[in-house]
Write a protein that binds this ligand. Structure first.
Ligand code: ATP
Length: 333
């Protein structure tokens, strides 16, 4: 059964359509990551679910109940902001319990929940510290603890890891994944970071210009992007997109091939390509190539090679993994 449902949800700010007819369902305990270019409506989407913005059209349902007209406190939804928004003059314990105390929840219940969340998030030794005395990762955990103490049915995370450095981000990703397994809640997580999306999500939602353009598991989205926008957006380097003509239909088409699906040909039937530049990354190398004089593509290879700029090589595509898009940019094969 779906837990959280969006039915024709739209949001307009004056002349800007921030959300345009969003329709999809989220299952119990799913981890959903929302990605898309800047300004596509990701934060607005989270804010409408939390009740911080009203929707202009449509309905939002949670657990069989329509929630889009309820106050934020009545929604069983908690949100963690990118800035964490902790109170600087309160210690960690007070930051976590303040909301529950203000809602006049039972004291004993609050203490019990405080113990639970601080153990889960390994904050028990830090309860007397003020936010200014914490590292970025610890502050982030306090913000999540404050959201979790409400025992929300849905936890909304708006770019929760973007203030952390790369190694802390990797650790916190793993912690988030463990946290999700330990709680019985839907997580909706907005990010710019594809690595985060691919590693954490049960399903990824890709937005563009206020619309949902594809929903799928990380593997589905990577292997079968629904259209040219998703093909270019997901993957780093992105899918190589090569314009051509569909022999069977005499129509313009675009072929999509991932950098790792291009190989140096072992036969004489390959496509001639000239090596423009080589980027060595340790575990792999990106070889920038030009085919048919002007089409730039990137090949990614893991093995040792003996190439340099200016070389001409023969390449081949791993045919089963090629995607084909029609002239309107929609995946057809
Ligand atoms: P980013 O990744 O840069 O944070 P986003 O995908 O979260 O962007 P939103 O912040 O949701 O995008 O904004 C979606 C659109 O709505 C943008 O065009 C933005 O300018 C507009 N918008 C957002 N909030 C308001 C507001 N309060 N008033 C008017 N327009 C707004």
């Amino acid at each position: 059964m779906s837990k959280l449902e969006f039915k024709n949800v739209s949001k307009t700010f004056n002349s800007t359509q921030a959300l345009n007819d969003i329709n999809f369902n989220i299952k119990e305990s799913e981890y959903i990551v929302v990605v898309g270019p800047s300004g596509c409506g990701k934060s607005t989407f989270l804010r409408t679910i939390a009740g911080l913005e009203d929707i202009t059209n449509g309905e939002i349902w949670f657990d069989g109940k329509r929630i889009d007209r309820l106050n934020p406190v009545e929604r069983s939804i908690a949100m963690v902001f990118q800035s964490y928004a902790l109170y600087p003059h309160m210690n960690v314990q007070k930051n976590i319990t303040f909301g529950a105390e203000r809602r006049r929840e039972e004291k004993e219940e609050i203490v019990q929940r405080l113990n639970d969340v601080t153990q889960t998030l390994q904050l028990d030794g830090l309860l007397d510290r003020k936010p200014g005395e914490l590292s970025g990762g610890q502050r982030q955990r306090v913000a999540i603890a404050r959201a979790m103490i409400r025992r929300p049915g849905v936890l909304l995370l708006d770019e929760p890891l973007s203030n952390l450095d790369a190694s802390l981000r990797a650790n916190t990703r793993i912690e988030l994944s463990k946290l999700h397994k330990s709680m019985n809640a839907i997580i909706l997580h907005v990010t710019h970071d594809q690595h985060e999306a691919m590693t954490l999500a049960d399903r990824i939602v890709i937005m563009n210009q206020g619309k949902v353009v594809q929903i799928g598991t990380p593997k589905e989205i990577y292997k079968k992007p629904a259209n040219l926008f998703v093909a270019g957006f997901i993957g780093s380097p992105g899918m190589n997109l090569i314009n051509g003509e569909l022999a069977s239909r005499h129509n313009a088409a675009t072929i999509g091939v991932r950098p790792e699906d291009i190989n140096i040909s072992k036969t004489s039937n390959g496509i001639p390509a000239s090596v423009e530049a080589i980027e060595y990354l340790g575990n792999e190398s990106h070889i920038h190539l030009t085919i048919e004089k002007s089409t730039a593509i990137i090949m990614s290879i893991k093995s040792e090679f003996n190439l340099q700029s200016g070389d001409t090589i023969d390449i081949e595509f791993n045919a089963p993994n090629i995607s084909c898009f029609d002239e309107s940019g929609v995946l057809i094969a």
